[in-house]
Design a protein around this ligand. Structure first.
Ligand SMILES: Cc1ncc(COP(=O)(O)O)c(C=O)c1O
Ligand SMILES: [Zn+2]
Length: 412
């Protein structure tokens, strides 16, 4: 790994060699960050090299990953998800240029495949054969999916309340699943304890330093898909804060590698019922746990495990944080679907709900180029969607019955 200099503590700055597995700082216990030799990266990764690269997946950015061995790449299409120009949504919000990145189009139908890919490849490179993880649902179903493609059965901890579709994914992909009678945070801590007890490889978000290394590639794709025109604002749904810290790292990586000459402002969007990061950004910058109860299960987090880095990402970028109501999130599922043809799960729709709120607060200028990340597919949580989707009309299998119902519905 000539491209990697080592790991660095995000709090105290202590440096570690990137050998073996080191999850958190040995001195202060805080999260680690992978440090690259951008001089070396610049030599191999250029706009020209990318223009000649026919691999339209996350693996086209190999030079910016902390991996040595390509033999652990999953045989699945991960990343290079569509970035749609959302003209009708933009018009509705009174904005010139809105883009929606549909990350529900990944193999397990969420953004989390970006993180799992790098974390799992690292596990195999280090020789682990048992991989575990705790999750609100998507990181787990992603781990299960990607592991299945490699013939591995991971050990998974999810809260018992995770949506049925996510638990179905886990089981169908053949993971060994423990549904924990408690919160996500309790499942997370149990998974950490199990790692200590059994020596398994732990993929937990905001604990394993390699998840951020996968999440960042979404920013690389945005730069390329916008033909190197960096957006002004990127709206990100936030739970643990690892996606937004990864998004920030991605833009900074490309900047340090000389591929882009400016950086976007990041907007962290949370539910009012799970707002630890937004509270910190809009307050004194210190993360304090909350009692999360949002319907957007993927971002229902008491103590954000990458919260400090999320706050730093927003502040360094000159961005903002906003909390929206669950009602706005649910309504936005419908709005995105009906204006863009993209079906988002509640957490996925949160980014656009945040945009809507900041537009109505006069905090987004109509001519700014805005990208919203839709991080998970709506089929993962159909129960939430049907709350706002309306009802079908039940009819007899006869033309007479159709005619009567169509007349009532004003369909001619
Ligand atoms: C669909 C979706 N959106 C957003 C998030 C938030 O990501 P993070 O916890 O890294 O902030 C998650 C995390 O599980 C998710 O599954
Ligand atoms: Zn430290």
């Amino acid at each position: 790994m000539d491209n990697v200099l080592g790991l660095k503590c995000t709090a105290c700055g202590r440096e570690f060699e990137a050998r073996g597995i080191q999850y958190v700082c040995g001195k202060c216990g805080k999260n680690l960050d992978v440090v690259y030799d951008y001089g070396a990266v610049r030599k191999s990764l250029t706009r020209e090299s990318l223009s000649k690269n026919g691999d339209y997946s996350i693996w086209r950015y190999w030079d910016l990953y902390p991996l040595e061995d390509r033999s652990h790449i999953m045989p699945l299409q991960i990343g290079w998800t569509p970035l749609y120009r959302a003209r009708r949504l933009g018009e509705l919000l009174g904005l010139d240029e809105v883009w929606v990145k549909d990350d529900g189009r990944n193999p397990s139908a969420s953004f989390k495949d970006r993180a799992s890919s790098i974390a799992i490849a690292k596990a195999l490179e280090l020789g682990f054969d048992k991989i575990c993880g705790a999750s609100t649902g998507n990181a787990a179903s992603s781990t299960a999916c990607l592991c299945a493609s490699l013939g591995i059965s991971p050990i998974i901890f999810v809260p018992e309340t995770a949506p049925k579709a996510k638990i179905a994914q886990l089981l169908v992909f053949g993971a060994r699943v423990f549904t924990v009678r408690g919160t996500y945070d309790e499942a997370f801590d149990l998974c950490l304890a199990a790692t200590g007890e059994y020596g398994w490889y732990n993929r937990n978000t905001g604990y394993n330093p390699y998840t951020r290394e996968g999440k960042k590639n979404c920013s690389f794709e945005i730069c390329e898909q916008l033909n190197w025109e960096v957006p002004d604002l990127v709206f990100v749904p936030v739970g643990d804060g690892n996606i937004i810290s990864g998004i920030w790292k991605g833009f900074k990586d490309f900047h340090a590698a000389g591929l882009i000459d400016r950086l976007p402002r990041l907007v962290a969007v949370q539910s009012e019922k799970s707002s630890a990061v937004a509270d910190a950004v809009n307050g004194d910058g210190v993360i304090r746990p909350v009692k999360a109860t949002t319907i957007a299960d993927s971002i229902s987090v008491d103590l954000p495990r990458d919260g400090d880095m999320a706050v730093k990402a927003v502040r360094e970028s000159g961005g903002m944080a906003v909390a929206v109501s669950d009602e706005m999130i649910l309504e936005m599922i419908k709005t995105i679907a009906r204006t863009c043809g993209v079906f988002a799960e509640p957490a996925g729709a949160t980014s656009v709900a945040g945009l809507q709120k900041l537009v109505s607060d006069g905090k987004v200028n109509g001519s700014e180029r805005v990208v919203c990340l839709v991080t998970g597919n709506g089929l993962k949580d159909v129960e939430s969607a049907v709350k706002v989707a309306g009802r079908p009309v039940s009819i007899e299998p006869s033309l007479a019955s159709l005619k009567e119902a169509a007349k009532k519905a004003g369909i001619t």
